[in-house]
Design a protein around this ligand. Structure first.
Ligand SMILES: NC(=O)C1=CN([C@@H]2O[C@H](COP(=O)(O)OP(=O)(O)OC[C@H]3O[C@@H](n4cnc5c(N)ncnc54)[C@H](OP(=O)(O)O)[C@@H]3O)[C@@H](O)[C@H]2O)C=CC1
Ligand SMILES: CC(=O)N[C@@H](CCC(=O)OP(=O)(O)O)C(=O)O
Length: 347
């Protein structure tokens, strides 16, 4: 029986298109309606030919009255949009799942510092629940406003949180080196993502200033009860999808490679989307491409007494739309894997 009526704002963006791809095959979704800020009336499939005969509906103008009739509204819009768009919808009916950064940081001054945008009202931000599904399912189930995590934080946090929580690594000295495919930057062309400047190039960007730094620090405190400051940098890889994030962390005295691995295996034994990889040759963005998996890996470097910890995701799936649907499943008491149980593309 299909019951859930879905609205998507930002449907024409990369996150929105991935929401449509997965929700189309979701057995509990009754209908999907699509909204735009720029092209109301346009037939969706005329913009995206791969959806001919699948999504031939017209895009609708964003109106609060129309949106309040849905069971769930996904917002997949640039930062700074939902801070003013969502407050009138909070508490009036639909469950809200925001893929942008607007409701993730509890300290609104921190949001304004890192995003350089006006924050959402503090009393609404305080109601939002951080949607890192594997770590926060109980609160997600009870919430009507989910702040879906950023793509980099998802890969980083899923790989390091168990080791910090079990006090196996020194959380005060984390160095995180992350790389992303270009779809992480969304569908708006820019100098950074221009083919002739990005192709055959490997670049670092937002050095020491990435907006995901406070999000990762906040989540470490929230889930592992540790205050810390991290070194975190991001790189652009000339490929479309995927994030691989490597964390270097000193181990605490006497910790073994087996303890590190056992901790990850034990933490995720009941979480089907997190796979603890043993063989490093099985690690790579093509092993998760198009899927909701997060592959994680740890290995002790016993010369330096540092652990090398790796998290790999598809930024558009586990890093955005997939995790958002996983959160919807939790909110509606459905199996977490519903609609998301797909095999990675690999090639
Ligand atoms: N790409 C990624 O890997 C990830 C992205 N995110 C976050 O998710 C959000 C969406 O990302 P992504 O899909 O890549 O972004 P895109 O830039 O691809 O798409 C965003 C869409 O938002 C709509 N939009 C733009 N301005 C407004 C506005 N003022 N009001 C309402 N809608 C607007 C546009 O559609 P239209 O013109 O039709 O309204 C646009 O297609 C962003 O906040 C991003 O940071 C999070 C995790 C990963
Ligand atoms: C490759 C690339 O540019 N990636 C983006 C990820 C954006 C994102 O997910 O940011 P939000 O926190 O706004 O959701 C970036 O590094 O800013």
């Amino acid at each position: 029986m299909s019951e859930v009526k879905v609205g998507i704002i930002g449907a024409t963006g990369y996150g929105g298109l991935e929401l449509i791809r997965f929700l189309h095959n979701h057995s509990e979704v009754e209908s999907i309606e699509l909204f735009t800020s720029s092209d109301a009336g346009a037939i969706f499939s005329s913009k995206f030919g791969h959806l001919v005969a699948i999504q031939d509906q017209p895009l609708q103008e964003i109106e609060i009255d129309k949106l309040s009739k849905f069971d769930v509204v996904f917002t997949s819009t640039p930062s700074g949009v939902t801070s003013s768009l969502l407050p009138p919808l909070v508490g009036v009916g639909p469950k809200l799942i925001d893929l942008s950064g607007d409701y993730r940081l509890k300290d609104i001054r921190s949001y304004e510092k890192w995003y350089k945008k006006t924050a959402a009202p503090e009393h609404i931000v305080s109601e939002s629940v951080y949607g890192l599904t594997e770590w926060n399912a109980q609160r997600i189930k009870e919430s009507n406003l989910i702040a879906n995590p950023g793509c980099y934080p998802t890969a980083v946090l899923l790989s390091i949180l168990p080791l910090i929580k079990d006090r196996l690594i020194d959380s005060q000295n984390l160095i995180i080196d992350a790389k992303s495919g270009v779809s992480g930057a969304g569908n708006k062309p820019s100098q950074l993502t221009h083919f002739s400047e990005m192709n055959e190039n490997f670049s670092i960007y937002k050095i020491n200033e990435h907006q995901h730094i406070p999000e990762i620090e906040q989540a470490i405190e929230m889930f592992a009860d540790v205050q810390t400051t991290i070194s975190f940098n991001t790189h652009l890889v000339p490929m479309t999808r995927g994030i691989l994030a490597t964390t270097y962390a000193p181990i605490l005295s006497g910790v073994t490679n087996k303890q590190l691995n056992d901790c990850l295996i034990e933490s995720y034994k009941n979480h089907p989307f997190v796979r603890v990889v043993q063989d490093v040759s099985s690690l790579g963005t093509n092993r998760v491409k198009g899927s909701n998996y997060c592959d994680i890996f740890v290995k002790l470097d016993d010369r330096t007494n540092r652990a090398t910890i790796v998290g790999v995701i598809d930024n558009l799936v586990k890093g955005a739309a997939g995790q958002a649907i996983q959160n919807m499943n939790v909110q509606f008491n459905l199996p977490e894997t519903l609609g998301l149980d797909v095999i990675p593309l690999f090639i």
